[in-house]
Ligand binder design. Structure first.
Ligand code: ATP
Ligand code: MG
Length: 371
């Protein structure tokens, strides 16, 4: 898609940074699609997803993504065949009677899928109700990376192919494309945002530095986050190396990590709180000052006021998953999930393009770590 929300931008080398995010301190601020398009609220208290880093924006494009008051994400169905195809994909992977080990294994790499959703006012307007994978983070740093050697599917018209190739001719060689990101600057207490033009500007000789921006918090490179991200991407790669039934085009990996650093003495207490009680939950939309956040941490009473029954179950299964991964004290909070399945097709061969992209992405991440 080609609809960037253009804020008054500063060109900083290859970076396209939204200046208002960082110049208005001391509290973190970000403009959202909603602010740009005017106050177009969604149905039933839903609002445009405030921390969306790429893709179609609600109130700006024809379709977009909303945040439900219960903390889930609502992705509006694209016009056919894309929307129904994505819906079918989620339904297949999350089918109650699904007993295909390959698909069951895939679930861990996707946002949880709850159902389709529509508001009583417009029952024909369908949404996919999904887990917000950024939800447990206070200052979520988010990056959307499109994976594969081709952004168009095998059934795309010649025109569509050419359009996609024009957008990023290096896709075939690099195998991935940064679609957007937001990175928390610890010192300034604000987010830097990078739109699709930033990623498209990255060439072979700048891709490493371009990608490393996502892991730089203004003071230091988050090597711990890179290491954890590599482990998660490797796990996704293993899934791809063992399956030949699905091929993915123009699909993304969503990287998320906690931008807010914890003081060393708070690390262990917070983590044990998270694991034992499962009550820590943060709403990305609620601005809280750092000091409030820290004092709440200390009192151990950070608890969502908007927690619904459904969120609770999502949260608990999330913590169970974390516990199963046997996190060490040093392991930072990181998510890497596959998203955007409008162009997933049945196949009989491995997804060579996606595998190529993942391997190259891993190689670049490793180089950032080694340098
Ligand atoms: N489950 C999710 N949790 C949190 N954020 C999400 C989730 N799904 C999507 N997002 C946010 O929305 C953005 C766009 O999502 P997605 O790629 O699914 O939509 P799109 O590109 O508009 O879709 P399409 O390619 O079908 O038109 C992502 O970059 C991410 O910031
Ligand atoms: Mg997308």
């Amino acid at each position: 898609m080609d609809s960037s929300v253009t804020l008054g931008r500063l060109e900083l080398g290859h970076a396209t940074v939204s200046p208002d995010t960082c110049l208005n301190g001391p509290r973190a601020k970000e403009r959202t699609a909603q602010q740009h398009a005017g106050p177009r609220a969604g149905p039933l208290g839903c609002v445009p997803l405030s921390h969306q880093v790429a893709g179609h924006k609600y109130g700006v494009d024809k379709v977009g993504i909303l945040q439900h008051p219960d903390g889930t994400v609502l992705k509006q169905l694209q016009p056919p065949p894309r929307g129904p195809r994505e819906m079918q994909f989620y339904c297949k992977v999350y089918a109650k009677d699904c007993c295909d080990p390959c698909l069951l294994d895939l679930q861990q790499h996707l946002p949880k899928y709850y159902s389709t959703w529509s508001s009583p006012d417009s029952p024909t307007e369908l949404y996919l109700k999904l887990e917000d994978v950024t939800r447990r983070f206070q200052k979520p740093c988010i990056m959307d990376v499109k994976i594969g050697q081709r952004s168009y599917d095998p059934f795309a018209s010649q025109e569509k192919r050419e359009q996609q190739i024009r957008k990023y001719p290096l896709m075939e060689e690099i195998g991935f494309l940064v679609l957007g990101m937001r990175v928390y600057n610890v010192g300034l207490d604000c987010f830097d945002t990078y739109d699709q033009h930033y990623g498209r500007g990255l060439k072979k000789d700048t891709i490493k530095d371009g990608l490393s921006k996502f892991f730089y918090n203004g003071n230091l490179l988050r090597r711990d986050v890179i290491t954890a991200s590599i482990a998660k991407v490797k796990s996704i790669l293993r899934w791809f190396e063992n399956q030949s039934q699905l091929n993915f085009y123009a699909s993304s990996l969503l990287f998320v990590y906690e931008g807010l650093p914890l003081a060393p003495e708070e690390k262990s207490s917070t983590r044990s709180l998270q694991k034992n009680e499962g009550v820590l939950e943060y709403n990305n939309n609620i601005e809280q000052s750092l000091s409030t956040m820290y004092s709440l941490h200390k009192k151990g009473c950070m608890q969502s006021h908007h927690q619904s029954k459904q969120d609770n179950s999502a949260w608990h299964s999330l913590t169970q998953l974390d516990a199963g991964e046997q996190e060490t004290e040093e392991m930072p909070e990181v998510e890497v999930r596959m998203i955007d399945f409008a162009h997933v097709f049945p196949s009989e061969v491995p997804d060579h393009g996606y595998i190529y992209g993942l391997r190259n992405l891993l190689m670049v991440l490793q180089t950032i770590l080694d340098d």
